[in-house]
Design a protein around this ligand. Structure first.
Ligand SMILES: [Mg+2]
Length: 376
């Protein structure tokens, strides 16, 4: 089988709320969730879909960079190749856009990786989860992302979320260090026993991170995600020595090789897996395998993924048996999408589709309706 055709569509999906990170709003309501959809067609007519959904205040990729990198370098590198050779597709892409400390524009590469997985699983007539050879769970539970400016607001958001069925709460901190302690305490108190953890997105210096780790230990919170900057290795060492909390690395580990490097240095206890930061499912599953085989805490995450990314991640996270609620928060923020049938969430639990490939159908009329006027 050969990849015969690849089409790119730049789209903007409307948002219903703004997500605030340590560096400010991840995007404005007006900007919306902008992404590149990728339709891959095999020489027998089988189709697979992928997407690149950058979050420019999380990492340096943008809609524009994804579009030009795909069009100029990545799509030409995989056209005519066998989609079943997913490792080979990555080798071809990496020859064009070299990996460095991260996999080299992974969010752009993710669109080709996920589309190839969708295509080959549709060809085989199997759900994506079966491709991983593991069905540890048949559903994923979603965590509510709490980004609040005051403890009162955090409490209100959490109480509403409990009513909506959420059992996990990821609290964005690192933006207002003086207020973060009160915000985290308010969420913990309102969560009714739900799993609560803070994510600082590199926002703290070492002293601030240690203070927050002490607070976590006092509140019975066991996980602290990406407390310090990627370059602050001494800060990570100080947190590791403190033994106060399990540090889960997100931005620090973008690839399987980086996890192994941190393991060798005894500087890692947990990882947040995001399919898009790894450049797709092929390497994200390797990150899960390393975590499972080395006893690392494993949590599922994303970048406000639209449905293709959301469902692809869900297949992987269920395959690897993620028990904690996962931070796939697209449904929390994205108001409308491009699916023929909407995603179904039952009390914030998503059941993995038992249909070939991703198990969702893209409505190309909706893709056209949300299309951005970007030069093809
Ligand atoms: Mg994170």
């Amino acid at each position: 089988m050969k990849i015969e055709r690849i089409e790119l569509f730049a789209v903007r999906l409307p948002l219903k709320a703004v997500l605030t990170l340590a560096r400010g709003a991840s995007r404005s309501i007006e900007e919306g969730k902008r992404l590149v959809l990728l339709k891959m067609t095999g020489d027998d007519g089988t189709v697979g879909w992928g997407e690149s959904g950058p979050s420019r205040r999380w990492s340096a990729e943008t809609l524009e960079s994804c579009l030009t990198s795909l069009r100029e370098y990545l799509v030409p590198a995989v056209l005519g190749r066998d989609p079943f050779d997913i490792a080979g597709l990555h080798e071809s892409m990496n020859r064009e856009l070299a990996p460095m400390l991260d996999p080299g524009q992974p969010i752009a590469k993710n669109a080709i990786d996920v589309a190839a997985h969708d295509l080959v699983c549709r060809k085989l007539g199997i759900p994506l989860q079966s491709w991983f050879g593991a069905k540890r769970r048949s559903e994923v539970r979603l965590a509510r992302l709490v980004s609040a400016e005051t403890p009162e607001q955090a409490e209100r958001i959490t109480r509403d979320a409990v009513t909506e069925g959420y059992q996990g709460f990821k609290v964005k901190v690192g933006h207002w260090p003086t207020r973060d302690a009160d915000i985290l305490r308010a969420v913990r108190d309102a969560a009714e026993g739900g799993f609560v953890w803070p994510d600082a997105n590199q926002g703290y210096d070492t002293e601030q991170a240690l203070a927050m780790a002490r607070l976590c230990a006092g509140l019975g919170i066991t996980i602290f995600e990406q407390p310090v900057s990627v370059s602050n290795i001494l800060g990570l060492e100080a947190l590791r020595r403190s033994g106060l909390v399990t540090v889960v690395l997100d931005e620090s580990v973008m690839s399987p090789a980086m996890i192994i490097d941190f393991l060798r240095r005894d500087l890692i206890e947990g990882i947040a897996v995001k399919v898009n930061k790894a450049g797709g499912l092929h390497h994200a599953r390797q990150m899960c395998d390393i975590a499972l085989n080395s006893g690392l805490k494993l949590i599922g995450s994303g970048l406000m993924d639209a449905p293709i990314g959301f469902v692809a991640s869900s297949h992987l996270f269920a395959a690897y048996g993620m028990e904690l609620p996962v931070d796939l928060n697209g449904p929390q923020f994205i108001a409308e999408d491009y699916l023929r049938e909407p995603l179904v969430l039952e009390r914030q639990t998503f059941c993995i589709p038992d249909r070939p490939g991703l198990g969702i159908e893209v409505d190309e009329e909706k893709v056209a309706r949300f299309g951005l006027p970007v030069a093809a």
